[in-house]
Ligand binder design. Structure first.
Ligand SMILES: Nc1ncnc2c1ncn2[C@@H]1O[C@H](COP(=O)(O)OP(=O)(O)O)[C@@H](O)[C@H]1O
Ligand SMILES: [Mg+2]
Length: 368
């Protein structure tokens, strides 16, 4: 798949931008704070309906404006498609796919897939578990739109349960209500756990191979889902049953602390390098390579799942990699539309022979 055109109106620091992209490599060069990441953010939003930087859409509307519009025209298997997003202050976000307005944004499937790799992603290895859960949620949502719906339901029940645990109301009704919430939590939570295990199995397999290539056979990468819900059986009914039992057994404690202490909202990914925990032991360079392996694996998973390569967005990371990693990346992205941002005119030697366009961005405008 490849994006042909992007149009932005009042998005972030852009007033009005119309841009035609090369279906191979696009390089955007500009000083800090000129709008490079904003542009990638708009592309990500066109694909997934949401930002990778914020949960508050309002933040993306130009400060002095009431409404924003972003649109992308793209090709999948030679067929042109489109996504348009309208956002307004105090209004519901509206999304049109191929000219038809979506009724339920949560089940959005634009057909457009993107993988973004930005400096923040280094935190995937070192930061706390919420970063890795977020990674899982965003990644799986892109290939399984129903996952996003499950996640939404889970989070809703979770906050209802937590509110009840904290409430001081008539305590005699609480057990009955908790029984209901526990059932719903186990039901939706089990779906989430199953999707995550499946995704990580694939990711682990593919990234092990890529990471081996990236490190000239030196390092063995292993990714594993670490759930606080016993999922050894892996069967749906089995996990649900155990989840429910665990909720029951921690109920008193949850009541005392006013929150829910088990469930996929507390899960994590264990990242291992040669059988040691990368979170504790990986050097800065190793972390970067791990994240690159993971990102390239995601690209592969989308291709396997969707039959097409996603669009790859490399925000300020290409020039950060060493020559060897850059060469590997350049070879991997031969068939992938790629958008690269950088503050300097970067050394594109590795990309020689691949068709590309270079753009200059300054204060939310394209320099011609
Ligand atoms: N809602 C908004 N309205 C206007 N300007 C914004 C908005 N959100 C961010 N900006 C501006 O966008 C700029 C940052 O753009 P960004 O794409 O992150 O820069 P970079 O080119 O370094 O990637 C900052 O100057 C910031 O003030
Ligand atoms: Mg940036």
């Amino acid at each position: 798949m490849s994006i042909e055109k992007i149009r932005l109106i009042n998005f972030r620091n852009y007033n009005n931008l119309d841009i035609g992209l090369n279906d191979r490599i696009n390089v955007f060069i500009g000083r800090n704070a000129q709008g490079k990441t904003n542009l990638l953010e708009s592309i990500y939003m066109c694909a997934t309906g949401r930002s990778f930087r914020t949960n508050r859409d309002i933040e993306t509307i130009k400060l002095d404006k009431e409404e924003a519009y972003i649109a992308a025209k793209f090709y999948i298997n030679g067929i042109q498609r489109s996504v348009e997003i309208y956002m307004g202050r105090g209004k519901r976000k509206r999304i049109r796919v191929n000219g038809v307005e979506l009724k339920n944004i949560r089940e959005l499937d634009t057909g457009l897939n993107v993988i973004v790799f930005s400096p923040d992603d280094i935190g995937l290895v070192k930061d706390g578990p919420s970063k890795r859960r977020n990674f899982l949620d965003m990644s799986i949502s892109q290939i399984k739109p129903v996952y996003r719906y499950n996640l939404h339901r889970y989070n809703k029940v979770l906050s209802q349960r937590n509110n009840l645990l904290k409430s001081n109301r008539n305590r005699t009704n609480i057990p009955k209500l908790l029984d209901i919430f526990d059932l719903q939590l186990a039901e939706t939570g089990t779906e989430i756990i199953i999707y995550r295990i499946k995704f990580l199995k694939k990711l682990s397999e593919i990234s092990r191979r890529i990471h081996k290539d990236l490190t000239s056979g030196m390092e063995e990468l292993a990714l594993e889902y670490a759930s606080n819900i016993d999922n050894t059986g892996e069967g749906r009914a089995d996990i649900r049953e155990k989840f429910l039992m665990q909720l029951k057994s921690i109920r008193e404690k949850d009541l005392a602390f006013g929150n829910t202490s088990v469930g996929p909202h507390r899960d994590d990914i264990i990242i291992g390098i040669d059988d040691v925990d990368a979170r504790t032991y990986a050097s800065q360079g190793q972390q970067r390579t791990i994240v690159l392996s993971i990102k390239l694996s995601e690209v592969e998973i989308i291709r396997l799942d969707r039959g097409n390569y996603p669009v790859l967005l490399l925000d300020d990371v290409f020039s950060e990699l060493d020559g060897e990693r850059r060469r590997y990346l350049a070879t991997s992205l031969r068939d992938i539309q790629t958008i690269i941002t950088s503050t300097d005119t970067i050394d594109l030697e590795e990309l020689n022979g691949i068709d590309r366009s270079v753009f200059y961005i300054d204060d939310g405008k394209l320099l011609q």
